[in-house]
Design a protein around this ligand. Sequence first.
Ligand SMILES: [Zn+2]
Length: 247
Amino acid sequence: MSKRFKGKTCVYCAAAGASDTGDHVLARGFVGAEHHGQIPKVPACVACNNKKSGLETYCAGVLPFGGRHADALENLAANVPKRLAKNQKLHRTLAAGQTRVWSREPSGLLVNTMALPLDGERLEELVGLIARGLMFHHWGVILGPDIVVDVLSLTKHGETFFAGHLNLNAKQRVTNDIGKGALTYEGVQAVDNDAISFWTLSLYGSLVMDGGDGEHFMSKFGVMTGPKTVAERAAQRVASGNYIIRP
Ligand SMILES: [Zn+2]
């Protein structure tokens, strides 16, 4: 156990002195071993670490099937069979949920394609925790219980909204790419309040996801943090829930 993280404030739940370990903001299983050194570590308590690890196990078992980043094929071949062998329940869920759907290509053409079920709420929850970790890593900010972290799966409308906010005057801004596109993000911090920030994040080079109605979208996420009143005045929330991920 690293002394560097012991007894610090947990960046996920903001409990003072509660941290027991250094949590990788993006679980190592999301990237190839050669990229492990790029992943930021932040103080986390045992409860948050366990909760996040459950979300990571789920997402890292499903998302690589839809990966489009440079390392996607390598990652799928190297990591996923091992992971699914260790997690029979997830393997069964995926096998049972495998289906074919009609999906609209960017060209407008409808194609019949294989799809896997994906629990969008779990993915969004994980993205929210990643954003908390990044806020601490880059700017030393821990978001207290009065701060809302709102995660949106972005439609075109949402992307325009976030692009506008990312271009505003900022106290600090950051862009980064971890694991050759496994996680890319851009964030800005408000000038007048350290807890207010806007982020866009993509996992695995923007997966193609499908809301179930044949209209697919790229899985870029927008995250807003700030006091409730600020976070609520924002982009139209896309119905979240169960998406289908398209390999
Ligand atoms: Zn915690």
